[in-house]
Design a protein around this ligand. Structure first.
Ligand code: S3P
Length: 425
């Protein structure tokens, strides 16, 4: 797909539902008794993989254009799947489902696409095995396909070496099936949607600093869930609105949970002009964001904020390429094990556009401010890379071509349409 520079952006956008919350709404709805009605569900390929896995596990899920209805059968209501469960490109589906399957009384096999088959699963195999689960990487490389045989589980207190909501959630979900309390302590706080949502479904779950603790065997009941817009999708409009010379964009109904909203803090530190309106603070907090053109400058990004903007680092790197001065991104080695190695892939593609960028062990150093040139971009089939370079192309001289641009269907199928609607001549 081809892109070129843009001088003016105006208008309003409503980004699709939050991916993390959409996955969890289906999963927890399946484990609850009764109906869970989900409005604002993200119909991206990742969340559709979650729906199809739960259908294979015997859960009836109805879809209309506006709502998804999950007919939950309780903690022990899943049945043995006839086939391998296909998690597609979705790390969240693979890891959270591993935690749930560890507590069932049947065996299942989980597998996904080439990217999933190279992503690290030892991070869930280790704690789930400590709880008593029988979980095996079939190819012996600590990646999917995984064979999981449900077993009686024991509660554990686990110190996770990584700040990962997928690891934390897999353990807490297995903890629902354990014989005692289960707690997870992380090195820095990752997104807390599992803790917030399981509590509203009726689980006994507490958070205390970096530790989350769940009691087993709750009676979860179906509920209505309104999924807020995904800040990870809004991030591309925050960047486009900041970088394009004459821009003013209103992004409606964005989830601003503090464990996710690191980009707002960093973009503002870089000099972005972002105003929040209509803030709502119950449950998952939301706001409308007004973004206007601004001149950005380099910053240092590292430490505890990293989990709160981990998925936004590719687009933040694009902002850094356009910002005056040096941006250092550190403590972000997790980028190497996302849908692609996002340190290598951002360095490859921003270099192709003429940016002065160096990959480091745990991040990138970007000397910004040099004009970007249109280039051939290899998305490595990573949705967040494709969307980041569609924005970079708006401020680059000449044409940019993005290979496999269609991979945005993973998290934002209408992305190019929504972005193009804002372009004014
Ligand atoms: C997610 C957690 C993050 C994030 C991913 C979604 C989730 O991964 O990168 O896109 O829904 O729990 P990690 O928990 O592995 O950091």
């Amino acid at each position: 797909m081809e892109f070129q520079s843009v001088k003016k952006l105006r208008g309003e956008v409503r980004v699709p539902g939050d991916k993390s919350i959409s996955h969890r709404a289906v999963m927890f709805g399946a484990l609850a008794k009764g109906k869970t009605q989900i409005t604002g569900f993200l119909r991206g390929a990742d969340c559709l993989s979650t729906i199809s896995c739960f259908r294979q596990l015997g859960i009836i899920i109805e879809e209309t254009p506006d709502t998804i209805t999950v007919h939950g059968k309780g903690l022990l209501g899943l049945h043995s799947p006839a086939d391998t469960l296909d998690t597609g490109n979705s790390g969240t589906t693979t890891r959270l489902l591993s935690g749930i399957l560890a507590g069932q009384n049947f065996t299942s096999i989980l597998n996904g696409d080439a990217s999933i088959q190279s992503r690290p699963m030892k991070r869930v195999i280790t704690p789930l095995s400590q709880m008593g689960a029988s979980i095996r990487s079939i190819n012996g490389n600590d990646c999917a396909p995984l064979e999981i045989t449900g077993c009686p589980l024991h509660g554990i207190s686990y110190r996770s070496p990584v700040a990962s909501a997928q690891v934390k959630s897999a353990i807490l979900l297995a903890g629902l099936y354990a014989d005692g309390e289960t707690s997870v302590t992380e090195p820095a706080l990752s997104r807390n949607h599992t803790e917030l949502m399981l509590e509203s479904f009726g689980a006994d779950i507490r958070s205390n600093g970096l530790t989350a603790t769940v009691k087993p065997n709750p009676a979860l009941s179906g509920m209505s869930i309104l999924v807020p817009g995904d800040i990870s999708s809004a991030a591309y409009f925050i960047a486009a609105g900041s970088l394009v010379p004459d821009a003013e964009i209103l992004i409606r109904n964005v989830g601003i949970n503090p464990t996710r909203a690191g980009i707002l803090q960093i973009a503002r530190e870089m000099g972005a002009n972002i105003t929040l309106f209509n803030e709502k603070r119950e449950g998952e907090p939301t706001a409308d964001l007004l973004v206007k053109s601004s001149s950005l400058h380099g910053v240092t990004i590292g430490g505890d904020i990293i989990p709160a903007l981990i998925d936004e680092l590719p687009i933040i790197a694009v902002m850094a390429a356009a910002a005056e001065g040096t941006t250092v991104i550190k403590d972000a080695a997790e980028l190497k094990v996302k849908e692609s190695d996002r340190i290598a892939v951002m360095t490859e593609n921003l270099s192709a556009m003429g940016c002065d960028i160096t990959a480091t062990e745990d991040g990138m150093i970007i000397n910004g401010g040099k004009p970007l040139q249109g280039a051939l971009i290899n998305s490595h089939s990573d949705h967040r890379i494709a969307m980041s370079f569609a924005v970079a192309a708006m401020i680059a001289d000449g044409k940019t071509k993005i290979q496999d641009a269609d991979c945005v269907k993973i998290s934002y199928p209408a992305f190019y349409k929504d972005l193009n609607k804002l372009v004014k001549s």
